[in-house]
Design a protein around this ligand. Structure first.
Ligand code: PBG
Length: 326
């Protein structure tokens, strides 16, 4: 049947009808909030390119944790800015490293708040790459042992999920073996499985101070042109033991989110990265976009593409809006 028997506008006529037939929903519990943690006391430094985001010292984390709990967010993802950087990023795996300290603070304040940790070297290395550099190149196999050490120290500090973001081959297996050998077989791995070499990480690199000091990340992160390769990356990570797989960035890669959703049965996360956040914030600040509607539409599109979990700097605001609307 076609017009006039079929009228798709019938089901759009009222908010009640629209709510009844809505296909995609977002809840606060599906959102994870990435945060930046730095050394010191009572420090709350704004990230210029990410309005509303701060680098917090660990003593300020209990307040944040309580607020995140109150908002009902799915959890936190922690990124650390170390006191010192060196060739092997040693603060990333020190028991008293910045992320380990942050996890303990948060868990002390709100024990049941889910905490994931970014398992990577780039914020901690003097050269800013995500691995161990040998002869001017990032050495894949030499890096694995370090990633395993980072994951172990984060789990020991109380992290509920470890999230490797380095894109080395074989790192999920290396981390899984190390965790299991340490009796931490219950700690899940959320792998940044299809992570692209993206220009949209720019503001994050300012926030975390991890711009590579030479070259770029294209020898380990994926080429934005590749779609089939993402399926291979995700398949390998699942085989190696990833419990949750992530696509990153989100918006320019919604086709990849959809592919991964349709190909695999595991939970899928998508990372709405710093550049995606900055675009909306900048346009909203200029009065060019309506912020709340743009953010909720963006998050809806990522969920509709097939993501179960969305990592987003908009998380606290979005949760508040969702709450106000209900
Ligand atoms: C690497 C890492 C990056 C991001 C998350 N983890 C930066 C990079 O790969 O260069 C980017 C996140 C964002 O842009 O929001 N540890």
């Amino acid at each position: 049947m076609t017009f006039p028997e079929t009228r798709l506008r019938r089901l759009r006529a009222t908010p009640e009808l629209r709510a009844l037939v809505r296909e995609t929903t977002i809840t606060a519990g599906q959102l994870m909030y990435p945060i930046f943690v730095q050394p010191g006391r009572n420090r709350r430094d704004a990230v210029a390119s990410m309005p509303g985001q701060y680098r917090l010292s660990t003593d300020l984390l209990s307040g944040l944790a309580r607020r995140v709990r109150e908002l009902g967010l799915g959890g936190l993802m922690i990124f650390g800015l170390p006191e010192h950087k060196d060739e092997t990023g040693s603060e990333a795996y020190r028991p008293d490293g910045i992320v380990q300290e942050a996890v303990r603070r948060i868990k002390d304040a709100v024990p049941d708040l889910l905490v994931a940790t970014d398992t990577c070297l780039d914020e901690y290395t003097s050269h800013g790459h995500c691995g161990i550099v040998r002869d001017g190149k990032v050495d894949n196999d030499a890096t694995l042992e370090f990633l395993a050490r980072i994951a172990l120290s984060q789990a020991a500090a109380g992290a509920d999920i470890v999230a490797p973001s380095d894109m080395m081959d074989g790192r999920v297996r290396a981390i899984r073996y190390a965790l299991d050998a340490d009796g931490r077989q219950d700690v899940p791995i959320m792998s940044y499985a299809a992570k692209y070499a993206s220009a949209f990480y720019g503001p994050f690199r300012e926030a975390a101070g991890c711009t590579p000091q030479f070259g770029d990340r294209r020898a380990y992160q994926m080429d934005p042109s590749n779609r089939r390769e993402a399926i291979r990356e995700v398949a390998l990570d699942i085989e190696e033991g990833a419990d949750i797989v992530m696509v990153k960035p989100a918006l320019p890669y919604l086709d990849i989110v959809r592919d991964v959703r349709e190909t695999f049965g595991v939970p899928v996360a998508a990372y709405n990265v710093s550049g995606e956040y900055a675009m909306i914030k900048a346009a909203a600040a200029n009065g060019w976009l309506e912020e709340q509607a743009s953010v909720l539409e963006t998050l809806t599109s990522i969920r509709r593409a097939g993501a179960d979990i969305v990592l987003t700097y908009h998380a606290p605001e979005a949760a508040q809006w969702l709450h106000d609307a209900s």
